[in-house]
Design a protein. Structure first.
Length: 250
């Protein structure tokens, strides 16, 4: 056995040869075909079919809406509300006295009878919050008197007979001059006004509120001067009906 510590040349190291590794090569995936700028005839036909279908649906919806609006308009024409007719049947004046001393005041006491008729065939009327008062030359000369709420059926007539009071109501200074002018004529024109709300009723349906304004003119004859001062009508005077009757605004 050779002494490993013996001097001399060292043995050659062992040499190993490793063959190179071969990496398998995979084929590249094919590129996608380029997008065509124009659609095929099949796609184009499908697109036109969708557009035609959408137009058809829109036409159906528009036709349905037009039909509903036409039905509503037709019903409204058939059942269109007609203003009620008001008639001042009676006005009895007990006191109508204007003081000659300053400040000028007016005392009025009267009773009126007013009737209302529903002229419609299929529509009922609700009267609500009605107030009646008298005016002279656009100036209110009595306090408002409330009328009871009333329902009026087809072609029905309602009658109210309230008392109107106005005790020592301050009036404009020029009112005395107007009364003196009316005295020369021999009569004074009063206006009976009614303000409130109405509702229309068709079957079970009830509309919203509509403002009601009624104006009934009436001529009252003068009786002469009051010996206590002022101008007064006779003890009890009836009105004279005016040709145009009552005007109604709804």
């Amino acid at each position: 056995m050779r002494n490993l510590f013996q001097e001399g040349p060292l043995p050659k190291p062992l040499e190993f040869s490793v063959p190179p590794l071969k990496v398998p090569s995979f084929p590249k995936p094919p590129l996608p075909p380029p997008v065509k700028a124009a659609m095929s005839s099949k796609d184009c036909g499908h697109h036109h079919h969708c557009r035609a279908r959408r137009r058809h649906i829109l036409f159906i919806i528009a036709g349905f809406i037009a039909l509903v609006l036409f039905i509503v308009f037709l019903v409204w024409i058939i059942l269109i509300p007609t203003k009620p007719r008001f008639v001042l049947q009676d006005a009895t004046v007990y006191v109508f006295n204007v003081s000659t001393t300053e400040p000028s005041t007016l005392t009025t006491r009267m009773q009126i009878t007013v009737a209302s008729k529903n002229r419609m065939d299929k529509v009922g009327i609700y009267y609500q919050k009605l107030d009646v008062y008298a005016t002279y030359r656009s100036q209110q000369v009595t306090m408002p008197t409330g009328l009871p709420s009333t329902y009026q059926d087809h072609h029905e007539i309602s009658v109210w007979s309230p008392f109107l009071y106005g005790d020592v109501i301050p009036v404009a200074p020029g009112l005395m001059m107007d009364l003196e002018q009316d005295q020369n004529v021999g009569a004074v024109l009063l206006n009976i006004r009614i303000n409130g709300c109405v509702k229309w009723k068709v079957g079970t349906w009830i509309s919203g509120k509509y403002n009601l304004n009624v104006n009934c003119p009436a001529y009252i004859k003068f009786g002469g001067y009051n010996p206590n001062g002022g101008i007064t009508v006779g003890p009890v005077m009836k009105f004279e009906a005016v040709a145009q009757g009552c005007s109604v605004d709804v």
